[in-house]
Design a protein around this ligand. Structure first.
Ligand code: ATP
Ligand code: MG
Length: 425
């Protein structure tokens, strides 16, 4: 994409009311646009990042047997009344219609997905089923101060699984946990699976996936030696205690953000919404249900919080809006500008053909300093500068955003080799 064509522009300052790093950087760089507290639109660059995150999640969910659907956003109130959530869950939006009916919008989808699964799964032979969607959620959150990390409208992948036996559920639970950890690694983050009580859903153990960041709302203890991690809120342990899992490391306290969680819901929703199947002896049973959430937009915010530097965002290659930022630079001399532009145009076409996603800053008349600062702010993993100097050299200047290392590369083949080395998942 040519930058002259991109309708968004970077901004020197973030909106005054944005206090978190993720919202400040993403707004300034033109990835998101705030509509009101906790509600953002995703602009071309932001949507590209979000889609890449979603694709990583989708790939892993498909890989463990998930089937993607798209559930309705507007929900009838009846199933919500049946499960009790209408009155018991404080973040449920309630909409009055002129038809005198009441509706809600999806804040979680147990009330919708359980009847869908129940319509088709009649026998133990039809189970397990794992159904997921990636889309918007709406919650009447009291505080929405963390930029895109806590929204009133936000992106989530939510999967629901239905099993004929507890054992089958327990096995799948571990499979899902591993898939979750792979997702965070691919997004360039280190997530720890906490051991925590299941909150309002169930009394059973659940996993919360935590990424250490000062912008997080949770407090965790984590082991300095193994992967043990626990939410401070529920823990009887103290900082500096010896880790109970490995008996080697000690516990450290840190702020963290929950980028996903998985719960055992038991038979609560199946009972409330009358989903039964016939077991091996022909008896009616309620399936064991699990729910598996990942905050896709929160994940994007946490990546910015965890990986940015004083110059701007540093995207991991796997979720960056583009692989490469091609920047054509020249002085005021029109003839020289034409030569540089011609070479940059040629590279743009060749790189595109080679499968590289390129953002091409073709605005050769604008100030070089401003454009390079802008390039740092945008955070694309590699920058390729074509200038009068590089034309003389017969090689282009390739800079890695994360390390600031610069090297000279002379051919498209070499550029492709450098930027795709180890970066494609
Ligand atoms: P939290 O404790 O942060 O409110 P939750 O327990 O309500 O999260 P779930 O309802 O299980 O979370 O949602 C699954 C995932 O969706 C969470 O792990 C988190 O990553 C994300 N999420 C939840 N609420 C929000 C929100 N208001 N804005 C952005 N992401 C959210
Ligand atoms: Mg919540």
């Amino acid at each position: 994409m040519k930058q002259s064509h991109l309708f968004t522009k970077t901004q020197k300052f973030a909106p005054k009311d944005e206090i978190t790093k993720n919202a400040q950087l993403l707004s300034r760089a033109g990835y998101i646009h705030k509509e009101m507290a906790g509600v953002y639109s995703y602009l071309p660059l932001g949507l590209r990042v979000l889609k890449k995150i979603e694709d990583i999640v989708r790939h892993e969910m498909d890989n463990i047997g998930g089937q993607e659907i798209r559930m309705a956003t507007l929900h009838p109130s009846e199933p919500w009344k049946k499960t009790g959530a209408w009155n018991n869950v404080d973040v449920v939006f309630k909409i009055n219609s002129r038809t005198e009916k009441e509706y809600t919008v999806g804040q979680s989808e147990e009330e919708i997905v359980t009847p869908i699964a129940g319509e088709y799964a009649k026998s133990y032979k039809d189970l397990p089923v794992m159904i997921y969607q990636i889309g918007q959620k709406y919650r009447d959150e009291l505080r929405a101060k963390s930029g895109i990390m806590r929204g009133r409208e936000f992106g989530m992948k939510d999967m629901y699984s239905f099993h004929s036996t507890q054992e089958d559920f327990d096995n799948f639970y571990e499979v899902a946990k591993d898939a979750y950890l792979r997702i965070y690694t691919q997004c360039g983050l280190e997530a720890k699976a906490t051991e925590a009580a299941g909150g309002s859903f169930s009394e059973k153990i659940s996993y919360e996936f935590m990424v250490i960041t000062d912008a997080g709302e949770d407090d965790i203890f984590y082991c300095t030696s193994c992967s043990y991690c626990v939410n401070v809120e529920i823990s009887k342990q103290n900082e500096a205690d010896t880790c109970t899992r490995c008996n080697k490391g000690t516990l450290k306290r840190a702020k963290a953000s929950e980028v996903g969680n998985i719960f055992d819901l038991g038979t609560k929703y199946a009972k409330a919404l009358s989903f039964q199947f016939k077991d091996t002896e022909g008896k009616n049973q309620y399936p064991i249900m699990g729910c598996f959430g990942i905050g896709t937009t929160r994940l994007m915010g946490v990546i910015v919080e965890a990986l940015s530097d004083d110059k701007g965002i540093v995207w991991p290659a796997s979720v960056a809006p583009f692989d490469l930022h091609l920047v054509a630079i020249s002085g005021k001399d029109k003839e020289k500008q034409a030569l540089v532009s011609a070479k940059a145009d040629e590279l743009y076409t060749a790189l595109h053909k080679a499968g590289v996603e390129v953002l091409y800053d073709d605005r050769i008349d604008l100030s070089t300093g401003v454009r390079l600062a802008e390039s740092d702010l945008l955070g694309i993993p590699y920058r390729l500068v074509v200038s009068e100097k590089t034309l003389e050299k017969g090689a282009f200047e390739l800079t890695t955003r994360a390390t600031k290392d610069t090297e000279y590369v002379s051919t498209v083949q070499l550029i492709v080799g450098k930027i795709f080395k180890g970066s494609r998942y």
